[in-house]
Design a protein around this ligand. Sequence first.
Ligand code: GDP
Ligand code: MG
Length: 365
Amino acid sequence: MEESNELGEYLRGLVEKGQNYKNTKVSGALIGQSGTGKSSLINAIIGENICDTGTIETTIEKSGPFSKNGVSFYDLPGCGTTKFPKEEYVEKMELASFDFLILVTANRFYENDLFLIKEVKKLNKPIFIVRTKIDQSVDDGKHNTPKKSEQETLSECLYDLEQYLTNLKHFGIYLISSRQPLNFDLGKLINEISLNLTALKRDKFIAEAFIANEEILMKKRAIAKKLVMWISAGAGLNGLNPIPGVDIAADIAILMKINKEIMKIYGFDGESILFLENHGVKASVLSGMKIFAQRFLSKELVLIALKKYAPQITIKQIGKYIPIVGQITAVAAAFTLTVYFGNNMIDECEAKAKSVLDDLTNSEV
Ligand SMILES: Nc1nc2c(ncn2[C@@H]2O[C@H](COP(=O)(O)OP(=O)(O)O)[C@@H](O)[C@H]2O)c(=O)[nH]1
Ligand SMILES: [Mg+2]
């Protein structure tokens, strides 16, 4: 086999992996009475306003899907309030078709909910128990007599739910405020959902998830690196552009695509910034994020970065990313330069996202 064919095959293999990832779908269902905060929780998990909240649902059917890049959610009515008997709920709501389920309450659970958890156990599906509006309960505790500290309220809520749920198999109880997505258990819930998904779905879910804590932020790195490889593999397949002042040709469209994808993963796209804005993040942090994001959307700055990185693309570097023996072709150099560019982009986005997260955590948004 000719070396160039071997390289072509290797790159096409990566492009195919990227395609598989792109086609991967994750879907979750939130089950609970109207007004318990299901729609708000969907938005908090994704870190974007993908569904309307505060709307009184007159429908007793499922609503959705509410989706972002292949991650979808359905908002399902509570079990036992529907027009059909609870025995038919699992089948009518097609619970078997979801990757995970979240049972939502804003206070306690009822007999029908317990019945449902038992039924879901037969399906062998992960089911997470969420108590929403915990910010309100904490606030109430502080105003009641005798006063309760935040920790006391949290322990009490957890204890109450545990009493109801003894002997029932579930994947943990999470006390969550969708109004304060960086506080309480949202980050823990996102992590645990991801751990119960299969490999590609896990990557997809983490890529789209809100950065509610540092663990989620750090998990984004592995998937961002894979994405860079998959997208970079397209460099050269549709021709390369000579870049003035750079002795390696590149595919500008692919570089811009990498920028866009990595920024989305790290929450620097307009929708993610808007979500933070709606959740009271202070203007100085938001404008810092917007200025950071703006830089990467400019073609000129991409060219400046290429000029800086091109001299660093040595045979050794190329060998690092292309594990097949071969001569150094224009495509091999372009691919390596693109991966190098993407990995630098990941470092910058991760560092900026980390400083934003520190800022938000410290200011208790
Ligand atoms: N304080 C507080 N309010 C919330 C929280 N989650 C939802 N809400 C409010 O509760 C109402 C119903 O929320 P929504 O998400 O539409 O509930 P759904 O009917 O279950 O989808 C809205 O006014 C939300 O703003 C929360 O965690 N804390
Ligand atoms: Mg809703």
